[in-house]
Ligand binder design. Structure first.
Ligand SMILES: Cc1cc2nc3c(=O)[nH]c(=O)nc-3n(C[C@H](O)[C@H](O)[C@H](O)COP(=O)(O)OP(=O)(O)OC[C@H]3O[C@@H](n4cnc5c(N)ncnc54)[C@H](O)[C@@H]3O)c2cc1C
Length: 396
């Protein structure tokens, strides 16, 4: 069905980051479906996409059942990753460090922490509520005097090698017959209410039966080619790495009440914090703001962990959230009018951990028109049109 001059694929995915590669893997796993699948990726080195620039975190501690179920699937998937993604019997290791997430709370945050805990335990997540004495015992390096409590995940939370997961999905998808094309899409050809073809800078036109938008921070540009206004924007985030001479043992990915997070990374630590929404412009550059670390983040780190008063900055990088302006949650599924155009966008700060479940879900939609396993219809495009946010309290 594929010819170089006039290519046609049943399903074309724009974007081969962790989300696009996962979708390609799940689609091609269904051999019986017999679909031809292509992924268009302009940067196979993955230097600028969000995935390799992420903090690599996975957590079960969300406030909406769907987000919890999505991450539960991811944790199970990661624990059995060789079974899923091995090619030619080679083991797959994405360095999943199941060392937990710890959400810290001050007085005013306790009701939310307790409400979230109720949802999480109803969903079967193993999370422990801690009072300040418990916190002091478990984490003797931490200042707890201004805390009212915390919530510590016991299983299925931690961090992993995001780039490694992206590559593992990609490699497995290729082994299952997916064609990855190094090229840049710059437009779509539409007829009536359907997408007919994708226009590529090098190869020209490739025709498709179904198009999947997995273009990360470029998602709204791709949508615009079909006349669709998708409220997803690139928002810059910084990650700083530092070393600390004093040992800080048994450190989970800790989220301070201020929103500053930190976690170990090998012998060092990484940290970051989302800015106030009023100081968070759309932005695609990679320039690093070191004053954000010195003036905002470091004082909070040094207060929370006195050992972090004496640290050495080692490295820093910038990456971008594909930020959903409506509710910082994913937009999943077909457009209500352009129905052969499927969205997997707007993951904001939690798309890495959502990639396995989203890959499966989008493959179900593309192949059968319905969710077969997890019902993710609350993430539908329709809510963007009716402006009905999916309230997720635990965003980082
Ligand atoms: C600093 C930071 C920390 C984060 N921390 C976490 C975390 O701890 N846990 C978590 O779950 N998530 C985290 N995230 C979010 C997570 O990284 C993203 O949600 C996830 O990587 C999104 O994957 P993606 O495949 O949609 O996007 P991407 O990885 O950006 O992939 C999109 C791909 O599309 C390609 N593309 C775009 N336009 C075109 C085009 N026109 N033609 C061809 N190719 C195109 C790009 O080259 C890119 O490779 C973080 C993000 C950042 C920036």
């Amino acid at each position: 069905m594929v010819s170089v001059t006039n290519m046609t694929f049943d399903i074309v995915i724009i974007g081969g980051g962790v989300v696009g590669a996962s979708i390609a893997y799940f689609l091609s796993k269904e051999e019986a479906a017999g679909k031809t699948i292509a992924v268009i990726e302009k940067d196979p080195s993955y230097q600028v996409g969000s995935t390799a620039r992420s903090a690599g975190g996975i957590r079960q501690q969300f406030s909406t059942p769907e987000n919890i179920r999505i991450s539960k699937f991811a944790a199970d998937f990661l624990k059995d990753i060789t079974n899923h993604l091995s090619v030619d019997g080679d083991p797959v290791d994405v360095d999943f460090q199941e060392k937990g997430y710890l959400f810290l709370a001050q007085d005013q945050q306790i009701p939310v922490l307790y409400n979230n805990h109720q949802v999480q335990t109803q969903e079967g997540v193993s999370v422990q509520l801690l009072d300040p004495d418990d916190l002091a015992r478990a984490y003797p390096w931490m200042t707890v005097s201004d805390l009212a409590g915390g919530s510590a995940g016991q299983q299925g939370e931690g961090w992993l090698d995001a780039y490694g997961l992206n590559q593992a999905f990609r490699k497995k998808a290729i082994s299952q017959g997916v064609t990855f094309l190094k090229d840049e899409a710059f437009g779509l050809e539409t007829a009536g209410k359907s997408v007919q073809a994708i226009l590529l800078k090098e190869r020209g036109r490739i025709a498709c039966g179904t198009l999947v938008n997995a273009a990360g921070v470029m998602a709204s540009t791709v949508a615009e080619w079909a006349g669709i206004d998708l409220a997803v924007r690139p928002r810059k985030r910084f990650v700083y790495s530092f070393s600390c001479r004093t040992p800080v043992e048994n450190c989970p990915l800790t989220i301070d009440p201020s929103g500053v997070y930190f976690r170990p990374e090998g012998n060092q630590f990484i940290t970051g914090c989302s800015p106030d929404p009023s100081k968070d412009p759309d932005c695609l550059d990679f320039e690093i703001d070191y004053s954000w670390f010195e003036e905002h983040i470091w004082p909070i780190l040094a207060h929370r962990v006195p050992a972090f008063e004496a640290i050495k900055m080692e490295n820093a990088w910038a990456g971008h959230y594909a930020y959903n302006l409506l509710d910082q949650n994913a937009v999943l599924g077909p457009h209500p009018e352009v129905s052969n155009f499927i969205f997997a966008n707007g993951f904001s700060g939690h798309g890495l951990q959502q990639a396995p479940a989203v890959g499966r879900a989008i493959s179900e939609i593309a192949l059968t028109g319905e969710y077969q396993t997890l019902d993710l219809s609350r993430f539908s495009y329709e809510r963007m049109i009716t402006r009905s946010p999916l309230a997720e309290i635990n965003v980082v």
